[in-house]
Design a binder for this molecule. Structure first.
Ligand SMILES: [Zn+2]
Length: 375
């Protein structure tokens, strides 16, 4: 096993290069495997890369691993991809199992350490099945839009933090904690410099992934998809976040996967989302391929924790980073501080965090692959 630090890449380019080199590793067992790329429109060398192979004999089941839907989260995602390729991929059966490994769904965001894409679109609010990018959706966001994007440069972090806390408590007192979180996290399609913005139309990144999911679901009897994320939940225990559309309770999966923390992406257990990627796959499955066996979930590596501190401060660092991005900061130091806080939320530096994240992923890969019959 490679040493821990080196599993976590420094740049988008280094991560992509390592991923591409994995093709020969995969081909040693899946001789039909190929590397595919979608180059994003524009001048820059930004690509969504994936390695795909049919099963060698019959396409019974497929395993999908994807990373970097939220760009900046792709660094941890890349480490998990490498862990999977080195340690778990060799245990799958190439005769009956196809594979689809996706590097950096949002390459722009990964390269520039942002969650959204070049248009500030959170791709995980754009996987809409049979609904439009409705600008009038989530009207409650309007009430907190000015709080989340103050519309002027970041001038003083101390004062910005105090202003943030005062306004936060005011909004929570007025709306209630539950409604506040709902309006914040659900997704919105109106404020293009805001948080959790879903855009005005389907982004090209989303279209690429939708096509891939449809194609794989059509080709196999059984589909298993694990999608890598960071930022929410307890700092030292990765959460498996199931789709709100999955019918089984979380406790069922904790037992089934022999994994201690499973939650559903509902307002009660996690938070509600419109346009979630895994929800899209559930809708696709239920509507178009109900005869297949399907399971998908997200690995969510928490960073700030589930305490009040985590709940209040994760939006804070996102607000400051977003503000500095759009309106600038008074000086370089302030800009660096805003970026650093944000980076720690989605790509933490601490080695003990990385060790635990890898150990949790290892346990979850084992539990899920074995329960779903891939080992
Ligand atoms: Zn994410």
């Amino acid at each position: 096993m490679t040493d821990i630090q080196s599993l976590f890449p420094e740049t988008y380019e280094a991560s992509r290069e390592r991923f591409r080199k994995n093709l020969s590793v995969v081909q040693s067992r899946w001789s039909k495997a190929n590397l595919f790329q979608h180059k994003l429109s524009g001048e820059e060398d930004l690509t969504i890369d994936w390695i795909y192979s049919d099963a060698a004999e019959t396409n019974q089941k497929v395993f999908i691993l994807s990373t970097g839907e939220h760009g900046v989260e792709g660094y941890v995602g890349s480490a998990m991809m490498q862990l999977f390729i080195e340690k778990h991929l060799p245990r799958l059966d190439p005769r009956t199992t196809g594979i689809l490994l996706v590097h950096a769904i949002n390459p722009w965001g990964m390269k520039y350490h942002r969650r959204g894409n070049r248009d500030n679109v959170d791709l995980n609010r754009t996987f809409l099945y049979n609904v439009e990018h409705d600008p009038d959706f989530n009207p409650a966001y309007d009430k907190i839009a000015g709080f989340l994007d103050p519309g002027k440069p970041l001038a003083n972090l101390f004062l910005a933090n105090i202003a943030y806390l005062i306004q936060l408590f005011w909004h929570i007192a007025r709306m209630g904690m539950k409604n506040f979180r709902y309006a914040l996290l659900l997704g919105q399609y109106r404020h293009h410099q805001g948080l959790y913005y879903g855009g005005k139309e389907r982004p090209e990144e989303t279209q690429v992934l939708m096509d891939l999911y449809k194609q794989t679901m059509r080709s196999y009897d059984q589909i298993l998809h694990l999608d890598m994320h960071t930022g929410y939940g307890p700092r030292y225990q990765m959460s498996l976040v199931n789709s709100a559309l999955d019918k089984n309770p979380s406790a069922h999966y904790e037992q089934r996967f022999n994994y201690p923390l499973v939650v559903a992406a509902t307002a009660d257990e996690f938070y509600a989302i419109r346009g979630d990627m895994v929800d899209y796959e559930y809708a696709l499955w239920q509507n178009e391929f109900p005869e297949k066996r399907f399971f998908a979930t997200a690995f969510e590596f928490g960073t700030l924790g589930n305490t009040l501190y985590g709940l209040f401060h994760s939006p804070r660092v996102m607000v400051h980073e977003n503000r500095a991005y759009w309106h600038g900061a008074k000086n370089e130091k302030l800009l660096a501080q805003a970026k650093h806080g944000f980076e720690e939320l989605f790509n933490p530096e601490a080695v003990d965090w990385k060790e635990k994240a890898l150990a949790d992923a290892d346990q979850a890969f084992n539990g899920i692959l074995s329960a779903e019959g891939y080992l």
